[in-house]
Design a binder for this molecule. Sequence first.
Ligand code: NAP
Ligand code: ZN
Ligand code: ZN
Length: 348
Amino acid sequence: MRTVNAYAAPSATEPLVPVTIERRDVGPTDVLIAIRYAGICHSDIHTVRGEWGEIAYPQVVGHEIVGEVLEVGADVTRYAVGDRVGVGCMVNSCRECENCLAGMENYCLNGMTGTYAAVDRDGTITQGGYSTHIVVDEDFVLRVPESIPYEAAAPLLCAGITTYSPLAHWGAGPGKRVAVVGMGGLGHMAVKIAAAMGAEVTVLSQSTSKEVDSLAFGATRHLATADGSVFRELRNTFDLIINTVSAPINIEAHLRMLRLDGTLVNVGAPPEPLPVRVFTLFSNRRSFAGSSIGSIGETQEMLDFCAEKGIAPAVEVIAADRVNEAYERVLASDVRYRFVIDTATLAG
Ligand code: NAP
Ligand code: ZN
Ligand code: ZN
């Protein structure tokens, strides 16, 4: 065991504080990673505040992890000391169910093991990336291309893959009209990736304050939904809508913007239900779908795609002691566009 520095939530209602946690010894198939940067995902906030259900405290969150391999187990074949690597939202799965065997561990029928707040195979609760080191089975470790700086690579491990996977699955590309709802961490990656895939991208945001950025990220237009007229004007327009909003929105109004055979994919994860009238789906044979992160294979494909296309998130690097302030800014939709913790500030 190794004692390492971290930042943890002591309860659902208190600010995060510095702590020490234990990381397991490096097993035969494990990789010990010296974490360089960890992104702050809105899921971290939903989790520590108990919005998705009760969790055990203290809890270290963070599932956008990048760093360097410090040590490898005796049977590790794919990684060596010094490699640039990443870890996303999962650290294991059953490896036996139909979905795991099909290479979709993120849909493991026995429940993939989340990088934090999940029961690990040794019975302990997993602790995430707001920390200096982590030990992960090599099968759940990704290779970070040389051309992507560490701090920019971190958000790709959740925000990147969670938007890449549905965009690729539902065929975003030339001739397809894609709308991205909410331009925060996930939303801004959805815009960059969909544009790089060749789709025509519209951003639907609460206001026009992020318009210049939307266009710079590759969108062809940015519209404010606070003015309800947008919903009327864009009726029957989009092939694909990616909803990244962390709170409940009027899903009906958004579904009506889908054209024939269009799909609205919800990746935003508010705990409340989103009501849908079936008649809205009957028109235009619309689909309302969900998508959960992406598989390990797709995550590597996404990292390589971003390297090839020169895509990187817009990040604001912060010291660990600014994490509580960063949470408030995320909640106020004031993130431009992902906070990333420099874990060197956790040392000592
Ligand atoms: P984020 O950075 O906070 O972005 C969410 C954006 O949604 C905000 O920037 C804002 O964009 C918009 N928004 C926020 N509150 C709103 C409201 N009340 N009404 C309308 N729009 C609102 O969050 P994130 O890290 O991108 O995560 C987004 C959601 O995805 C979270 O619920 C997270 O848990 C979930 N998530 C799901 C998966 C998955 O596998 N499905 C993976 C990762 C995250 P504008 O300022 O442009 O309006
Ligand atoms: Zn996330
Ligand atoms: Zn499985």
